[in-house]
Ligand binder design. Structure first.
Ligand code: FAD
Ligand code: S2G
Ligand code: ZN
Length: 475
């Protein structure tokens, strides 16, 4: 270890306490990404308790010329929150900064530390009688800072938008170690560039989010969830159109799940009762209606929708949850798909968005190309159809070596999928961000003008490349 590194570690121990500067033992929770694709090596994992300590860490790292990887729950999907293999980077974990600072019911806002785990925030708000509507399968471990860092989407975007739309203000430690207090709960503030939106989705490459003021909503009076078996993706899209018509703002979730994706859930989580397993419906949909009126009113509208959809032939069969437990069980099936995939083995993920109306055609063409190029390949197709975001994932053929498939075929598979995404004017990363995993693809798929502007912003805000170098943009 160089002298400047040991000097830095001394300063960091001074700043946050020796117990919060981790350099030994099993650090895989911080140094390996959730998908177990990459394992890095940090100079140290540093766990500050508050914003002033974050600022002190950044200042010390800048002086020592050491770069920082900001980290929340480390559930990211694009290798954006773990250190590289050089052993020269600091992982700055926000997990100790996990308190809810203030909840202002009258202003419908809540101000929270960046390291607050999403599920904790949901629960605190619900106890106070409010809804914080961001929801994703990683909510038990992901943090608000990471949700903002990646502009996370999840299962309620169709009604509430991405994390970006839920954020009113930020507190950020800049790449120079200064503290920007932008924690306004104002819904209108047109005083210059919107720095908040620059930071949201920047994946730790422009600064470290240490606090945020987020929007709250009234708790819904009634929440109804159904699972429907549909004869095709076209039928799923038709059902979405009917759901918008019949439920309008009440539609809070609309997720599609391919038959093979559901089969993985049954295989790896046999205790879960997945409806319609023996039907030959190629897809199922989980949809949710939240209503401020009565449960009876919500149920009546929901049943009317399903009646019309069945009469139109776009729903073959449906179950409406009779209780919160049953509703949670249906959502649990959907949220278990990524976990079932992980248990099935390493897989090639495509987190893409296409105009909803064109998704069936995209899937038909891409499925055909993949099946031709890679016979036996298994398509795990599911996701947030309500907002046009598919998790169009590819598992190695049954019995094949998943690791070898990833190593030898990921590039070819990605090329087929992403070229088709381009043809359909879609996005190669709908909600997970770019990280280091998609950085080179971004250069290929993003316009040179956009890339130039992004580089100019990075150069202006982090000229020393302290913040998460090599993520989103090449270092
Ligand atoms: P991390 O993984 O720790 O970091 C993610 C990125 O944000 C990194 O670039 C990191 O440097 C940066 N970052 C973290 N904290 C800060 C901070 N305080 N300031 C600045 N930058 C920061 N994502 C979705 O969008 N929708 C889904 O539906 C979804 N489902 C998932 C399901 C599962 C089972 C899993 C494992 C992941 C899923 N994800 C989903 C991906 C992941 O949960 C999200 O990207 C989440 O927002 C990451 O939060 P995190 O706290 O784990 O961040
Ligand atoms: C989800 C998880 C990532 C994946 O569950 O919505 O974002 O593709 C995904 O498994
Ligand atoms: Zn998702």
């Amino acid at each position: 270890m160089t002298t400047s590194h040991s000097l830095l570690l001394g300063q960091l121990r001074q700043a946050v306490g020796a117990a919060n500067v981790l350099t030994q033992g099993d650090l895989s929770a911080y140094e390996q990404d959730w998908r177990k694709r990459e394992t890095g090596k940090s100079l140290a994992v540093v766990r500050p308790a508050n914003t002033l300590e974050v600022a002190a860490i950044v200042k010390a790292c800048v002086a020592a010329g050491v770069s920082i990887v900001p980290q929340g729950g480390n559930t990211g999907m694009v290798v954006g929150s773990t250190p590289d293999a050089t052993g020269t980077q600091i992982v700055l974990s926000l997990l100790r900064m996990n308190s809810v600072r203030a909840l202002d019911g009258g202003n419908l806002t809540v101000t929270v530390d960046a390291g607050c785990v999403l599920q904790n925030l949901q629960e605190v708000c619900e106890k106070a009688g409010f809804l914080f509507p961001l929801s994703l399968a990683a909510e038990g471990s992901c943090t608000i800072g990471g949700n903002l860092g990646t502009n996370a989407g999840g299962t309620q975007v169709v009604r509430y938008g991405n994390t970006r739309e839920l954020c009113l203000g930020l507190e950020v430690v800049t790449a120079q170690g200064e503290i920007w207090d932008g924690l306004s709960g104002l819904r209108k503030d047109n005083t210059g560039y919107d720095l908040r939106h620059l930071m949201i989705g920047s994946e730790g490459t422009l600064g470290i989010i240490t606090g945020a003021t987020m929007k709250l909503y009234p708790l819904p009076v009634a929440q109804l969830t159904a699972m429907a078996a549909v004869p095709s993706l076209d039928a799923a899209v038709q059902l979405l159109g009917l759901a918008h018509q019949h439920l309008s703002a009440g539609l809070t979730g609309f997720e599609v799940m391919g038959k093979f994706a559901l089969r993985l859930v049954t295989k790896h989580f046999p205790q879960q009762r997945v409806p319609f397993q023996d039907s030959d419906a190629p897809y199922c949909v989980v949809l949710e209606n939240s209503d401020q009126e009565s449960e009876a009113h919500a149920r009546e509208r929901f049943e009317r929708l399903l009646e019309v959809a069945m009469a139109a032939g776009c729903v073959l069969d449906a179950v409406v949850a009779e209780s919160i437990t049953q509703a949670r069980a249906l959502w649990h099936i959907r949220e278990s798909i990524p976990l079932a995939q992980a248990q099935e083995g390493l897989n090639i993920k495509h987190d893409i968005s296409i105009s909803v109306s064109r998704i069936p055609e995209f899937v038909r063409l891409t499925d055909a190309q993949l099946e031709q190029a890679y016979p036996g390949v298994r398509l795990v197709n599911y996701g947030h159809l309500g907002d046009g975001n598919l998790h169009y994932n590819v598992q190695a053929p049954a019995g094949a070596d998943a690791e070898a498939f990833l190593r030898d075929d990921e590039k070819g598979v990605n090329t087929i999928v992403y070229d088709m995404v381009d043809q359909f004017k879609g996005s190669i990363s709908a909600e997970h961000g770019v990280g280091s995993l998609k950085r080179d693809k971004l250069e290929h798929h993003k316009s040179p003008v956009a890339l130039g502007m992004m580089r100019a912003i990075k150069q202006a805000l982090d000229p020393q490349n302290t913040m998460n170098p090599g993520r989103v943009l090449r270092a």
